[in-house]
Design a protein around this ligand. Sequence first.
Ligand code: SF4
Length: 502
Amino acid sequence: MSGFLTRSRDLRPPREATLPRDQQQWNWQQAGRPAALYSARPDGTVQCHLSPRNCVIRPGAVGFCRVRANRGGELVTLNYGKSVAMTEETIETEAVYHYAPGARILSMGNIGCMMNCDYCHNWQTSQARYVEDRSVHHYTPEQVVESAVERGIQVISWTYNDPVVWHEFVLDTARLARRHGLVNLFKSAFYISLEGAKELCEVIDIFSISLKSMDPTFYKRVTKGQLQPVLDATAYVFDRGKHVEVSSLLVTDANDREEDAYRLSRWVLDRLGPDVPVHFVRFHPDYKYTQVERTPVDRLERARAIALAEGVRYCYLGNVYDHAATNSYCPRCGSLAVERYGLVASPVGLTADARCRTCDEALPFRLLARPDNAALAVVDVDDRDRPVVDHEWRGDVKAVHVEVTSAASATYEVVVRVLGGASDGREIKRVPVLPGAQYRFIACKSASDDRGVRVQLAPDVHANLYEVYDRAHFPTNTILEIEHSSDAVPEAAIRLQGGSRA
Ligand code: SF4
């Protein structure tokens, strides 16, 4: 920390507490801080009002999410500032296509969830019992905001497991971020009370809502949540002028019927309107749902066709490559407005005020002025002095998190280049690594013929790579820990099921 950010006045002092011995599991669960949105009851229980579960929690116990606990008749949050590694990604990772296309974001994921979807892609962090101390990073609001500011990142994304259960830390940090001119993005299943949604509206600019289905029975059976509160909270933030995009993970043989696409499209149209983007996203087998294949692409295409036929103007497919349904087109003249390949986007057909360059139609995109470049003093390194890590894509796995750790005494840049194909050697990005720091960023396939990425490190800078199975997914296993025999199911899910790879 350089100290240029002042401590938020909203921060409350930490309050340490200890769980009864029989409930101790991980050290990260020991320290708690006062939580918001609850009522204390005369019998010593507390009722949490953050999510519609409204858990009544006995003294010494935790709620459904396992990150909010009753300590002496008060509700405390156990995950304040406790996080997976902050990671630099692009805004497309979060199923946000109409706000600052191509923008770099700083993704922040935490621990726990108010739901428990059988097919969760982030179960290793959303289900708190699987989160080991060695995976937990500790951040203050100041550290998060400074990391974004010093790197010229304009958007902080609250994402992965689910930010609902990180309420107090999100509010404190997002307030501070706003004071530094940053934008806050909330990627969530949004099973949240209206009280919680109201507080978020004070600080969040973009809501990317993961709507699981329009079937209440599906919600109850597969996600352990309820549909109606999700719809109510989504409509609430939309009515307050927030930028909203809706995505739906189409899970093979579970919620990928034509009827599902029709009902979801009708709700978006009737309640939010035709300009709210809808994303149908491809599923990969994971967690408890590994008995099926990935969602067939033709089912995603059919869902999109239904949405467009009903009147949705912008409907996209997610987790697919080499498909025109990832691009944005002007609905008036059909010109290409934003070109996308995987998680890489370029607003080639948009003017600075979000008009079609061909026909001048005003299009529903929000663009950000480019930031002043971050003022990090970087020491030059000759390419010949850079250790190199090559990584090749396999099957549907087309992105990696690169975690770099510096033992250097200077700030160096790590360079990422295309490996193979017509663009072999083209520079994709340069990422500064501060002395003694650890930093994580995404590198992904950027053209149909590239084979992988070449990561050029720097003296005393080392790298670990983590394969990313689809977007909005936080990988926890390094490539060294993964057996490369299949690209269909993450290794950890196989281990959870007690199975072995074919
Ligand atoms: S956030 Fe939801 S799941 Fe967690 S304790 Fe509160 S009501 Fe229960």
